[in-house]
Design a protein around this ligand. Structure first.
Ligand SMILES: [Zn+2]
Length: 193
């Protein structure tokens, strides 16, 4: 795998701390926030926008709405109606409707209702994920088992040695390792949506 490497350390540091736009939960308003901010106020409606990161280390039954990141650790577990966050990492089990603005990585047992939309979706080895609805993403990296009604990927779908996609897949490009499985119709389209 090729990665782009920044040789200018100061540049990478500056970029990581760059303000980012976040969306209001109540309206269409957005606001730029600094990397360290924990809370912001919507300029349109005045609602508070939660920016906290969450780390879940024990079973939790509670909705989460943040523009920060959520990590469910191995001893953690999240079962709720609605999980809204930027990036999500799940090492513990998850059962929720998930709306992630960034990347989602799942390395556990997960049941996701209402479809799944995110930037990059990574399903780790030994993960088993059921999506009730469609998966719509920019990049797919699958090394576990994922089932959905349909998959749409704007970029490349990678199915690794232990990966299996159960459901029809529409993608721009696909790469598959020996052992990887696709159980569903495959359509290669330059504009999958
Ligand atoms: Zn607002």
């Amino acid at each position: 795998m090729t990665r782009s490497v920044r040789t200018n350390g100061a540049g990478a540091f500056a970029n990581r701390h760059k303000p980012r736009p976040v969306g209001c939960f109540e309206c269409d308003g957005t606001v730029e926030v600094s990397y360290a901010a924990k809370m912001a106020k919507c300029p349109e409606c005045g609602a508070e926008i939660n920016l906290n990161d969450y780390e879940i280390n024990k079973p939790l039954q509670e909705d989460i709405a943040t523009r920060g990141n959520v990590t469910i650790n191995k001893l953690g577990e999240l079962e709720c109606e609605s999980l809204i966050c930027q990036n999500l990492k799940a090492y513990g089990n998850l059962k929720a409707h998930v709306h992630a603005g960034g990347d989602v990585m799942i390395r556990s047992r997960a049941i996701i209702s209402g479809g799944l939309r995110c930037q990059r979706l990574m399903i780790g080895r030994d993960a088993a994920v059921d999506v009730l609805g469609d998966v719509e993403v920019k990049e797919l990296e699958i090394d576990g088992v994922i089932t959905a009604e349909a998959f749409r990927c704007d970029g490349t779908t990678r199915i690794d040695e232990h990966g299996a996609i159960n459901g029809p897949l529409k993608t721009k490009a696909v790469s598959m390792e020996d052992g990887g499985a696709l159980n569903g119709a495959l359509e290669i389209a330059s504009t999958p949506r």
